[in-house]
Design a binder for this molecule. Structure first.
Ligand code: ZN
Ligand code: ZN
Length: 325
């Protein structure tokens, strides 16, 4: 039986930071039929299929047949799942968050660093580090004294007499780099640089040494459930990390408005843009009909027969549906 993909594309005629305006009528629409391996490309405002990738067009996606189905792979630019078109965890316009997901609200990108709903610490993303066993001294306090909860570790590329640092001294260094703002549900940390001032290696939120977990930001972690997301693109003041508690409420609002629990101060973010709620042990990300969308990056995705899949690539929205023909 032959499988056919229907691809409906919609391209925003403005080219602005790779955004697609979900409210605009200024779009160009196309409908394409895919029956073999194809490149989906954009020339000006037109989405077309090609057998090979030319240099005058933008490659949006590669469609490759895989057994009885098709896979979609990114080309020149990342592919993003459109949250408003999903239905996960019995909610519409919702996506179940996973650790290490890359999210995009308008043009602001975040990485999901931690999702904590149980006291089990296995989910914490900790970097394995080496512990000093030869009586070296700490590069900050110059002492070689160690205690069970305060070992000397090597957490960056520094070497020689600069190699080791106490866990406590590292926590102090990290705390000194950050400014902290609190509201009822959200602790916001912002910083200019969060890396070793000598070798430039970024600091980790948590370390694991000899099998023991050390939180480097241990003081401010709230009670479960909570999540931590970190801004991975820099726009205005958005460099930093947000720790959001869902202990006393079932959801938090994300947006540019003053009344949102987690503020994202960027013009591409709607006043109330998205919501994250904790339901039956899962963190659900919901889009709030935002102008520029709530997106989750995908690397490779397989089409499920008869299920619609909406992906955004730059200023084009691609909606796929696989059918037997
Ligand atoms: Zn020290
Ligand atoms: Zn270093």
């Amino acid at each position: 039986m032959k499988k056919t993909i229907t691809l409906k594309s919609e391209t925003w005629k403005r080219d602005s930071h790779g955004l697609f305006d979900y409210e605009s009528k200024e779009t160009q629409k196309h409908k394409l039929i895919i029956q073999e391996n194809s490149y989906v490309i954009r020339k000006n405002d037109t989405v077309e299929l090609e057998k090979s990738l030319g240099s005058t067009s933008t490659g949006l996606a590669y469609i490759i047949s895989s057994g009885s189905s098709y896979k979609i792979l990114p080309l020149n630019e990342p592919l993003w799942k459109v949250v408003r078109d999903l239905k996960e965890g019995s909610s519409s316009k919702a996506y179940i968050l996973k650790q290490n997901d890359t999210l995009k609200f308008g043009r602001v990108k975040y990485t999901v660093k931690e999702l904590r709903s149980s006291p089990n610490e296995d989910m914490v993303n900790a970097k394995e580090v080496e512990v000093d066993t030869e009586g070296n001294s700490c590069k900050i306090c110059l002492s070689e004294v160690i205690e069970p909860d305060n070992p000397l570790v090597s957490c960056c590329h520094c070497a020689g007499t600069m190699k080791y640092i106490h866990i406590q001294c590292l926590r102090m260094c990290v705390a000194a780099l950050m400014t902290v703002k609190n509201n009822e549900k959200c602790i916001t940390y912002t910083w200019k640089s969060m890396s070793c001032s000598l070798c430039g290696e970024p600091f980790s939120n948590a370390l694991r040494a000899n099998g023991i977990l050390y939180h480097i930001l241990s003081v401010q972690r709230p009670e479960i459930p909570y999540f931590i997301i970190e801004a991975s693109s820099i726009h205005g003041n958005n460099r930093g990390m947000q720790i959001v508690s869902l202990k006393n409420s079932e959801s938090v609002m994300l947006g540019r408005g003053h009344d949102s629990d987690m503020r994202i101060s960027d013009i591409s973010v709607s006043r109330i843009h998205a919501r994250i709620k904790f339901h039956q042990g899962q963190f659900l990300l919901e889009d709030h009909n935002s102008k520029f969308g709530t997106l989750v990056q995908v690397n490779e995705i397989e089409l499920v027969p008869d299920e619609r899949l909406a992906l955004q690539c730059g200023r084009s929205l691609l909606t796929f549906k696989l059918k037997n023909s």
